[in-house]
Every structure is written in structure tokens, then in C-alpha cells.
Design a protein around this ligand. Structure first.
Ligand code: PRX
Length: 637
């Protein structure tokens, strides 16, 4: 790895400083001092944060390293994340504060005070208990962006069940695999979801998935879109029917959980076709997510905070559902597409609801930027105080547009680097830190991040290397569900001797200690910020009877970050045609989901492979982009 002098060259980056009124009133006004203090005593730092939360019983030990890399946090502590997210608030003035403001794509609205949300969660917790769901049972949730999704997650947590939320953009096979892996007997879904003025028929897709994974015994269906759906007698129940039963009492005992008891599984893509069930727990996760949100987005009681992610991904789990509620904040959620019916939908809602903090992904910013400045300029966006970005590196051009046109050069942008596995922000600015467009700046207090070479030496400024985390943190993944070996192999084997966590991203640090994330080093592609595995899409393609072999790559795209290109070798005797290409794309949509559909699918006679038979995706990518193929000495087509 050699020093590079490209457009990201950190030394030439411009600086942006947050305005005095924003930085002076922030919770953290001196990042350097706080960071230093945290690193001198990491456990003490996290223990102090944990003290601001409620525990049924205080922990005996902050961190147990005895079975590393299976670290344990707040050992002996008894809690429940819902104790902190809801139960404690309804005993204070916050009971009548707005917890959630929601707008559906067709324009319908709902609001939930902390009191009402607590009651709905209690009711659904009782329904789940009545259905036989017990502590430790896994419940699959597959829904659109509606309040019931949040209610279902919190109800599971409250009764000690483990939720496994599947993003509404996934299809049959992806869902079936996840149900199977989690061994989940109960599923919560809805008849449909609104997207771009159309109905996505979620129940239909859920039915197909359950057919493939018949372990599911009970399906609870929220009525959202209202079209007729198949309801199987004895298996399927309407949510509203169950919530009207006497069993759905608004009082529900919160299960006392061990700090290390599982809270949720969230499946994410890795290097093999099988998705990884990332496991998070009650104790450390509640401490970490609430601390990071408070300090980075400077959450105040008067804020109207909008994280525009989907609750079906980690960003939604941590920063739509759990952290804002723990902090007693008012959150906003919108169901549909940013351009429905016009490209001003987001800006209109920012104005209407007086949004003060907007947290979204570069792909959304680039997508809206395409429509020009006139759409946002029609609206009064002066309520915005802080902006955020997540999911992939934000290109400086999009950063500047977001800063100027949306933030009116007043609102600093919190470019937060983190992962499903990390549970919360890891490398991120705070409102008092100088910004450089395209850099996630520096590690959060308590986080020991570095960029290292193969041997583990810190890379000098400007030199690309592997991003590692050298010390455990409270919301780290505890394992890959039912696959502890893979957990060790994937994250802890590269720097086993040092005991460091391997993030899987390439990065550089500059002379000011700022981190510049380059992107994934493995077979993971970020499409519109969504994480997909090449192997997942390849096995989807190979499951079609016409395909013998498939290779998938990510190719840079101006709006979506990356798009999927696929190359298929057909089985002997099968004729390639335009029609077959369309069929194969449709097959991927059906098997995995619309986000995984290749933009380009080519039928080829051979694939570039190494002598040992590994597909050289690097060569395919160079060819697709019209770049030199590099070292091809091991190539054997
Ligand atoms: O490559 C990094 C990229 O997203 C990956 C994690 O994806 P996922 O688990 O889906 O979580 C996304 C939301 C937290 C990382 O390995 N990534 C995430 N945030 C950034 C980023 N790359 C650059 N800058 C970011 N701010």
C-alpha cells in the first residue's frame, strides 16, 4: 500500500467550522479533552454513561474480557431497554410529550405521546405473551415504515423476546432464510406498504416465505393498505382484532433482563451467501446508542429529530427506535418515497413539522440534489440545526450541496461511520468539531480506532490500510447468531494476536488524525447505502434453472453509490436471449428483493478466474469500468 495523492488527498481538504451558537451550547464543547479522558479509563467512561440510565440492579463489573472476543459488558446488571425507552418516561412530565410523529405516504398522520406509545407497546406485549411468546423466543417482523413496526419491536423487547426485523425491500427467499436461521415461530407483518404511490404486497411475499420456512406457526397482520389478502385460518390473525381482545391490557410487566441477554438479531451481508445474524444485547446497546445520539446530535427536549432511514436496518434500530426514546426525544418518521408526489416532499415535511435534526444517507442527498435547488428553496428550512449522513462515504460535492442548500451553511454535517456490527456511531464529528467534507472526522470518545497495515503497524498519514478497533465498546456485536466460529473468523482472526476488531473497510488517516473511509475490502456492495453481498446475489442467480455459474460486482454510480452488474454462464443447451435476461432479473427481485436487481446482466461464455478457480471480480470490475486490468498473472479464463 503506497501513499496516494488523489482527489481525496486529506492534506488539501477544506475546513468548515460550526457556528459559535451551535458549538458553544453543545453537550461536548471540547472533544480533545473528553476523548483523552475517555481513553485514560475506558471502563470508567462507559460506567459514567451507564449511570444516567435505570437498572433494576447495578452491574458488578463493567467489562469482562475473560472469554475474548466474546466480551461482556455491565456484567451482573439487570435491566430492560424498554425500562429506559418508555417505562421511566411515563412516570415523569414526559408522559405527555410527543414520542413519535408519523406521516404516511398518502398524507395520513398519527402522533404518539410517550403515554400512548407505552400503552400500545404494553397491549401488544400482552398479545404476544398470549400467543405463547416467551423470553428468548425469536419474533420475525417484516413490515413497512409504520408505527406498528416500532410498537412490535418494543413489545418484543419488553417481554424479553428477540426481534429479527427484515427490511420491507427483501423478498421470499431472503425472508425464508432469515426465519429459518432464527428459528422463529411468530411473524408480524402487514397487508402492504405504500411506496411511490403503489402498494407493495408484503403479506403475499410473507405467505411465500412461510411456505418455504413452515416453522412459522402464527402470523399477525397489520392492516395498512386495505387490499384483500389471504388469511389462513388458525395461522393468520389481524393485529387490530387481537389488540381489541381483553387480553390486550394496557398494563404489561416488563421482563427483567440480564444486561447480556439478547435484544435483537439483525441479518446483514457478508462474504458468503448466507446472511449473518448480528446479535445485540440489552445492557451495552442501550448505554452506547443513547450516549452517542446525545453527544453527536446534541438532542434537546425541544428537538424534532428525523432519522430518515428504515427501521429495518441498523440505523433505524439504533437511531429511530431505541436511542431517541431512551433520551426522551420527539422523533419523526415518514413512510414512503422522498419524491412522492413531488421532489419537495421531504422539504415540505421539514417545514411543516419544524424538523431540527435531519439524518439521512448520501444516496438520498444525491438523489434529491439531481432535482435542483428550486425544490428545497420553496420551503422554509430555517428550523434545521444539525444534519447527518450515514451508510457510505459522502462525496464532497454532495456534502457541499447538503451543507449549503439544505443547511444554509448554518448546520454542521455529522458524517457518522459505523456498522450493523458496531451498534452505534464509531467515527463521527460532534457539533463542536471542525469538519472536512468527505471525512467522518475522529473516533467517538471511548473508541480506539486506527488504520493499520498487514502486520498491524499504524499507517502513516495518507497511507491506505485496514480500519480496526483496538478496544471493546459496549454495543459491539456479541456473536453471529448460532455461528460463533464465523464470528471469530470474520472479525477477530486477522489481528488475533493483538485482539483487534477488523471492520472490513479500507481507510486513511490524515495528518490531523481525521479518518477518510474508502470503502469495503470484502465482497460487500453498498447499493443506495444498502448492504448486499455479491455471494448472496450470485446464489440467487444460480438458483435459476438456466444458470450454471454467476459473478456479481459493484460498479460506481453517481446517485446510488454503486450498482450491481451480473455475469452469468448458462447451463449447456440453454440459449441466451433478451427475454432470459429479463427473466433472470425478475428472478433476483423475487428471491432477494428489488434492491438486489442487477442494473446490467450479461450472459457470457466464460469468467475470469484464478488458476485455483476463484472468480477474479477485480478483473470484471476493471473491464466494466474500462480501466486497466492490473496484475493478471494468475488469470486463467
Ligand atoms: O463501508 C462502511 C459503510 O457501511 C458499512 C456498514 O454497513 P451497514 O452494516 O449496513 O451499516 C450502515 C449504517 C451504519 C461500513 O462498513 N459506511 C457506513 N457509514 C459510513 C460508511 N462509509 C463511509 N462513511 C460513512 N459515514
Amino acid at each position: 500500500m503506497t501513499p496516494t495523492e488523489d482527489s481525496f488527498a486529506p492534506s488539501t481538504a477544506e475546513w468548515y467550522y460550526p457556528s459559535e451558537d451551535i458549538s458553544r451550547q453543545a453537550y461536548v464543547t471540547d472533544y480533545d479533552a473528553l476523548y483523552k479522558e475517555s481513553m485514560e479509563d475506558i471502563e470508567g467512561f462507559w460506567a459514567r454513561q451507564a449511570e444516567s440510565l435505570e437498572w433494576y440492579q447495578r452491574w458488578d463489573k463493567v467489562l469482562d474480557r475473560s472469554e475474548a472476543p466474546f466480551f461482556k459488558w455491565f456484567v451482573g446488571g439487570k435491566t430492560n431497554i424498554v425500562l429506559n425507552a418508555l417505562d421511566r418516561h411515563v412516570k415523569t412530565w414526559r408522559r405527555n410529550k410527543m414520542a413519535l410523529i408519523w406521516e404516511g405516504e398518502p398524507g395520513d398522520k398519527q402522533t404518539f405521546s410517550y403515554w400512548r406509545l407505552w400503552q400500545e407497546v404494553n397491549k401488544f406485549g400482552n398479545v404476544l405473551r398470549g400467543m405463547g411468546v416467551k423470553k428468548g423466543d425469536r419474533v420475525t417482523i417484516y413490515m413497512g415504515r409504520t408505527p406498528e413496526l416500532i410498537i412490535a419491536m418494543l413489545a418484543c423487547a419488553k417481554i424479553g423476546a428477540v426481534h429479527s426485523v427484515i427490511y420491507g425491500g427483501f423478498s421470499e427467499n431472503a425472508i425464508a432464510d432469515r426465519i429459518e436461521d432464527a428459528q422463529s415461530r411468530v411473524m408480524v407483518t402487514s397487508d402492504g406498504a405504500w411506496l411511490r404511490g403503489n402498494i407493495v404486497e408484503l403479506k403475499k411475499i410473507a405467505d411465500e416465505a412461510v411456505k418455504r420456512s413452515p416453522i412459522v406457526e402464527t402470523v399477525i397482520v397489520v392492516k395498512r393498505t386495505g387490499q384483500p389478502v389471504n388469511m389462513q385460518h388458525g395461522r393468520d390473525y389481524w393485529y387490530h382484532d387481537l389488540m381489541a381482545l381483553p387480553i390486550a391490557s394496557p398494563k404489561c410487566e416488563t421482563e427483567v433482563m440480564d444486561a447480556e441477554d439478547p435484544l435483537f438479531i439483525l441479518y446483514t451481508s457478508g462474504t458468503t451467501g448466507k446472511p449473518k445474524g448480528i446479535l445485540h444485547t440489552h445492557g451495552g446497546y442501550q448505554v452506547y446508542t443513547s450516549t452517542t445520539l446525545k453527544y453527536v446530535f446534541d438532542i434537546r427536549d425541544e428537538d424534532r429529530y428525523w432519522c430518515a432511514a428504515d427501521p429495518g436496518w441498523i440505523t433505524g434500530h439504533s437511531y429511530i427506535v431505541y436511542a431517541p426514546l431512551i433520551l426522551g426525544a420527539t422523533g419523526f418518521m415518514y413512510e414512503g418515497a422522498p419524491t412522492q408526489p413531488y421532489p419537495n416532499r421531504w422539504w415540505k415535511m421539514v417545514e411543516e413539522y419544524g424538523i431540527t435534526i435531519l439524518y439521512t444517507a448520501p444516496t438520498a442527498i444525491r438523489g434529491l440534489m439531481r432535482f435542483g435547488d428550486a425544490w428545497p428553496n420553496r420551503h422554509d428550512l430555517s428550523s434545521l440545526r444539525l444534519l447527518g449522513s450515514v451508510g457510505e462515504p459522502i462525496n464532497p460535492e454532495a456534502w457541499r450541496w447538503y451543507h449549503k442548500v439544505i443547511g444554509k451553511e448554518r448546520s454542521p454535517i455529522m458524517d457518522t461511520w459505523w456498522q450493523t456490527e458496531t451498534g452505534g456511531f464509531m467515527i463521527t464529528p460532534m457539533p463542536s468539531v471542525g469538519l472536512k467534507p468527505g471525512s467522518a472526522t475522529r473516533p467517538f470518545p471511548g473508541i480506539d480506532a486506527d488504520v493499520v497495515d498487514e502486520e498491524g503497524n499504524s499507517c502513516p498519514p495518507g497511507v491506505e490500510g485496514k480500519l480496526v478497533i483496538k478496544q471493546p465498546w459496549p454495543s459491539m456485536l456479541r456473536t453471529i447468531y448460532r455461528d460463533p466460529e464465523r464470528f471469530k473468523q470474520q472479525y477477530w482472526s486477522t489481528y488475533a494476536q493483538q485482539g483487534w476488531y477488523l471492520a472490513g473497510d479500507a481507510a486513511r488517516k490524515d495528518k490531523d488524525g481525521y479518518f477518510w473511509i474508502i470503502g469495503r475490502m470484502d465482497e460487500v456492495i453498498k447499493v443506495s447505502g444498502y448492504r448486499l453481498g455479491t455471494a448472496e446475489i450470485e446464489s440467487g442467480l444460480v438458483s435459476h434453472p438456466a444458470v450454471a455459474e454467476a459473478a456479481v460486482i459493484g460498479v460506481p454510480d453517481e446517485v446510488r453509490g454503486n450498482v450491481v452488474y451480473a455475469y452469468c454462464i448458462l447451463k449447456a443447451g440453454v440459449q441466451g436471449s433478451e427475454e432470459l435476461v429479463d427473466k433472470l432479473k425478475e428472478h433476483v427481485r423475487h428471491e432477494i428483493g428489488p434492491i438486489a436487481v442487477p442494473t446490467k446482466l450479461e450472459i457470457v461464455a466464460s469468467l475470469p478466474k484464478t488458476k485455483s478457480g476463484k472468480i477474479m471480480r477485480r478483473v470484471l470490475k476493471a473491464r466494466a469500468m474500462g480501466l486497466p486490468e492490473g496484475d493478471t498473472s494468475t488469470l486463467e479464463e
